[in-house]
Write a protein of this length. Structure first.
Length: 211
């Protein structure tokens, strides 16, 4: 478990992947490094995830070129959603963890009969590949990936069946606790100039209620 290890270094990489030239544009500053409770005392996320409860920590975790944040739904001012920007420097497998690296309070309750997770997504065009990954905390090898494609631009609810794993990836092991769900928008596709924006909301185990 990485949390049990001792970390005694912090490394800042300003303007990452850009060669510096010593000019003002390549000069950066930092100050006041302080360790804080990133949850601000809020409860750990759990299914279902609607991002509406002010008592729940809405933090998500990005990697390999995505940037996410909870925002007002651009199609409904009374709804909060997660905005995911796949930056123009993103890898084809850039993704966003739904929650923090600590995972959900309770594992996804997979059984031999029940293996579906529903996610409401917004994409700019039909045919967008979206991969959903279930895994264990700490990088355990027991994980499963399944993929769906949007049928339209805009909002729709996709059902990810973890009984239909991505070819050449592990089958779902229901006897192990999967506390993490990771979503990959435009999976396998190159990033586009200027980046691309997606949204998701209403992550439910099983079928989501009609919205």
């Amino acid at each position: 478990n990485a949390m049990s290890m001792t970390f005694d270094k912090l490394v800042f990489m300003f303007d990452f992947e850009t060669t510096g030239d010593g000019s003002e544009e390549s000069t950066f500053y930092f100050d006041d490094i302080e360790q804080v409770d990133a949850s601000y005392g809020l409860a750990q996320m759990d299914l279902p995830c609607t991002f509406e409860d002010p008592e729940v920590n809405p933090t998500t975790y990005d990697f390999w070129g995505t940037a996410s944040n909870v925002v007002v739904d651009p199609t409904n001012p009374d709804n909060l959603v997660v905005e995911v920007v796949k930056m123009e420097t993103a890898s084809t497998w850039a993704g966003t963890m739904i929650g923090t690296v600590e995972g959900f309070t309770n594992p996804v309750p997979f059984t031999d009969e029940e293996k579906i997770v529903s996610v409401r997504v917004w994409t700019p065009e039909a045919g967008t590949p979206i991969l959903l990954k279930a895994e264990m905390v700490g990088g355990n090898p027991f994980y499963t990936e399944t993929i769906q494609y949007t049928s339209q631009a805009g909002w729709e609810t996709l059902e990810f069946n973890f009984g239909n794993e991505l070819p050449n990836t592990p089958e779902l092991e229901v006897g192990f606790p999967h506390h993490l769900l990771v979503i990959f928008f435009g999976y396998g596709e190159d990033a586009v100039p200027g980046g691309e924006t997606f949204y998701f909301d209403d992550v439910y185990f099983g079928q989501a209620p009609v919205t």
